[in-house]
Design a protein around this ligand. Sequence first.
Ligand SMILES: Cc1ncc(COP(=O)(O)O)c(C=O)c1O
Length: 352
Amino acid sequence: MKSFALPHIQFMTAYAPPLENRSVYQGLRLDFNERTIAPPRAVREALKSFALELYPEYADLSDRIAVYTGVKADQVMVTNGSDQGMDLIFRTFTQPDDVVIIPSPSFAMYEQCAQICGNRIIQPLYVGENLDFPFEEVMQNLTSNVRLVVLCNPNNPTGTPIPLEQIELILRKALETRAVVYVDEAYAEFSGETSVLLLSQYPNLVLTRTFSKAFGIPSLRVGYVVASSELIGDLLKVRGPYDVNMAGACAARAALFAVDEIQAYAKEVMEQAKPMVEQFFREAGVWFCPSRANFLLFRPTEPSREVFKQLEANGILIRPRKGPNIDNTIRLSIGTVAQMEEFIFTYKRLFL
Ligand SMILES: Cc1ncc(COP(=O)(O)O)c(C=O)c1O
């Protein structure tokens, strides 16, 4: 039978990350850039104390997020994971045939959102030995028919940071051509960098953040958008009133009260565990991309599928990556020092 779906949807393929059996895997899960230890205890406690029979409400959570990010409460919109924030951004600011710039390789959902909206996609490539952000190419392509520029900072899967000066130059040019600039800050707790301060000067800036990474509750699907109150007002027309469930909202709120624990984890990952793995790769002559996030993209000397299989059989999940300029690479999430010692020990035993 012919599909009932719109023609451009028929041409798409679903984004289906390899999730099967992860929750019962008895080993280290270094494949999805998650927090590799349980979230703060207060988060679990909070899940015991909300009214199941009521519709969810988010005012208090939005207030706390506003304090945490340094903006006003009407500049925050809570979403069902940052995935929903990105979907709303595409649906609110673009229409079919609009041009969107999505530097590549990057997080797969941007392309998915653009395809759903019927956008035309321009994909400048991260290039060079360090897979640098293609600033010049983004600027050259930022012409009057571009409606949205997507900047993943730091970028997944390369970990590449985008210098704030470059973001500002893109914002300035985009303001002239009336394009929205969307900065995805899913890994901001690890990178320590944000474009939030640019919001006061650039009404065309919109950011997403998440509770799925450093905060450790991806299962509960909570993210948020930060932008001017006007942009948030428009996005709220597109989001449903109860799209985030109350369990997620309660847990996120509790996690914000335990922000010291979140920061301590991010510090261990970025200041101890990651440098240790980098040092190991350097000594072993393994190429890796300089990263400002809680993951490293590296190129094994053996085929990445083979490395994946052997590590999986020896208690470690990683994520092989392929695509323009990243063929035969692996994205390795960084966890605690003890976990990364285990990774190094196993990798040495199997491959060196
Ligand atoms: C860059 C980036 N943005 C967004 C997301 C989605 O996060 P969430 O769980 O908040 O939907 C991810 C998840 O891997 C990501 O890497």
